[in-house]
Design a protein around this ligand. Structure first.
Ligand SMILES: [Mn+2]
Length: 407
C-alpha cells in the first residue's frame, strides 16, 4: 500500500470529524503463538501497518487536526524470540504518519487532549457480550471515570462511508483475490470425484491459493457435498462426497486483507441429473436477473425483495411449494452484503448502492429431502453507469461446468 493512499484516507476521515472530536483505533492484540496475526481492519485501513498493540489517534481541537501513532517499544532481550519490533522511523516511513511515539508516551500525550474533547470514536465493532473485554473497553472505562462527559461512539458507522467506497487500488486487490480463487475453483472442478473427502478439495483450494503467493483465506471455506450443502454455514468439510452429488463451494482468498467471496455448485460426476439441472437453472437465472438490477441508487433491500419474489416463483415451478410464505423452507438468507477488508464488510444491510461499492449476489435453494443445496455467488463492483462482475470469468454455466468436470 502506498503511503499517499493512507494520507488521503486520513484526510477524508479528518474532514468528517467535527471540532472537539477525537478518534482512537486500536491495532489487534497479538494472538497466542502459533495462531497467525490478523490485523484489525480499521487500523489497517488508516495506517497500512501490520503491527500488534499499536494505537492510531486523530484529534480535531480548535479546528486544528492532528494524527499520531503509538507503537510498542522494542526490548533487546526479546529480539531473539520475536525478532525486532518496528522502529518509530520505519512506522513513519511506511504509513506517512509523521508523529509517531512509543506506547509509554500514550497516557501523557492523550491527557493533554482529553479536556478539550466532547465526543470520541473508537473501534469496538460487533462483540457478543460473553466474549472477554478488549483493551478498547478497558480504555473507555479508564477515560469515563475521569471525563464522564465525553461521549464514546463505535467507529463502525462513522468509517463505513469511507470503507464502502473502494478506490482503484482496493478494487485491484479484490480482483486478485477473486482471480486466484477462480483458479483454485477450476482446479477443484477438474480433480473432484465421488468418494473423495470434502477436505481433500479444501487441500486443493489451499494449495492453489498459497502457491500463487496468497497466504490467507478470507474466511473458513465451505466445501459441502450432497445434503451437507443444505446447511448454510457448514464448515466441517469432513464428509465423503456421494456419487452423483452436487458439491457446493463457498470460498475466498484474501489479498492484502481484501476478500473474495465466491460460491459455485457443480456435479461431481461431471453431469447434472435432470432434477439437479432444473433447480440449478432456477438459481442461476435468479442470480443473473439480480445482477442485472445493480446500479447506483438501488438498495440492498430492493435486491432482497426481488430475490424472494423470483425464488418463490421458481419454487412453485419446481413443485416444492404452493403458497408464497413457504419459500423460507428452501431459501433463508439475504442475497447481498458488502465485501472488502471484511468478508461481511462494513455497510448497512439496507444501504443504497453508490459507485465504488462492492457487493456479493448469492441466491440459493436448499432442499434437504432431495440432498440438493445450490448457491451461486459473484462479487460485483457498482460503477457510475451500472456494474462490473469481478468474478464473471469463473465458470457457472451448465455446459461449461459439465465440460470442465467431465473426466
Ligand atoms: Mn457471501
Amino acid at each position: 500500500m502506498d503511503k499517499n493512499q493512507i494520507l488521503t484516507r486520513i484526510k477524508a476521515v479528518t474532514e468528517n470529524l467535527d471540532d472537539n472530536e477525537m478518534l482512537f483505533v486500536f491495532a489487534s492484540a497479538p494472538q497466542n503463538y502459533p495462531v497467525y496475526f490478523k490485523q484489525d481492519n480499521n487500523f489497517l485501513y488508516l495506517t497500512g501497518l501490520e503491527i500488534p498493540n499499536a494505537i492510531f489517534v486523530l484529534t480535531k481541537i480548535k479546528n486544528k487536526a492532528a494524527s499520531m501513532l503509538f507503537i510498542e517499544r522494542g526490548i533487546p532481550a526479546m529480539e531473539v524470540w520475536e525478532g525486532k519490533k518496528m522502529t518509530i522511523r520505519k512506522a513513519a516511513e511506511l504509513s506517512g504518519i509523521e508523529t509517531v511515539y512509543n506506547l509509554d508516551q500514550f497516557d501523557r500525550i492523550i491527557s493533554f487532549k482529553l479536556p478539550f474533547i466532547r465526543k470520541s470514536y473508537i473501534n469496538i465493532g460487533f462483540e457478543p457480550i460473553n466474549r472477554p473485554l478488549k483493551p478498547q473497553h478497558e480504555f473507555i472505562d479508564r477515560i469515563k471515570k475521569r471525563y464522564p462527559d465525553i461521549i464514546f461512539r463505535d467507529l463502525t458507522n462513522f468509517i463505513s462511508k469511507f470503507r464502502t467506497q473502494k478506490d482503484d487500488w482496493e478494487v485491484s486487490q479484490m480482483q486478485q483475490a477473486i482471480d486466484v480463487t477462480g483458479s483454485a475453483i477450476e482446479s477443484i472442478y477438474r480433480q473432484a470425484k465421488s468418494g473423495m473427502m470434502e477436505y481433500e478439495l479444501e487441500a486443493i483450494l489451499q494449495y492453489e491459493i498459497t502457491r500463487r503467493g496468497f497466504r490467507h483465506m478470507a474466511f473458513k471455506p465451505i466445501i459441502a457435498s450432497g445434503v451437507n450443502a443444505t446447511i448454510l454455514h457448514y464448515v466441517d468439510n469432513n464428509g465423503r462426497i456421494p456419487e452423483d452429488s452436487l458439491v457446493l463451494l463457498d470460498v475466498g482468498a484474501s489479498c492484502n486483507n481484501y476478500c473474495a467471496d465466491i460460491s459455485r455448485t457443480f456435479p461431481v460426476s461431471g453431469k447434472f441429473s435432470k432434477r439437479q439441472q432444473a433447480v440449478y437453472l432456477e438459481v442461476l437465472q435468479v442470480q443473473e436477473e439480480i445482477i442485472e438490477l445493480i446500479k447506483p441508487g438501488v438498495s440492498l433491500t430492493d435486491l432482497n425483495k426481488k430475490t424472494v419474489e423470483l425464488i418463490t416463483t421458481a419454487l412453485k415451478r419446481l413443485k416444492l411449494i404452493t403458497s408464497d410464505a413457504e419459500y423460507k423452507k428452501y431459501y433463508m438468507h439475504s442475497v447481498s452484503h458488502h465485501l472488502g477488508l471484511d468478508a461481511h464488510d462494513v455497510g448497512a444491510r439496507d444501504s443504497i448502492l453508490e459507485p465504488g461499492n462492492v457487493i456479493t449476489v448469492e441466491p440459493g435453494i436448499y432442499i434437504s429431502e432431495e440432498q440438493i443445496g445450490i448457491r451461486i455467488e459473484d462479487d460485483i463492483l457498482v460503477t457510475d453507469k451500472g456494474k462490473r462482475n469481478l468474478s464473471s470469468s469463473i465458470p457457472k454455466q451448465i455446459k461449461d461446468l459439465e465440460k470442465i468436470c467431465a473426466r
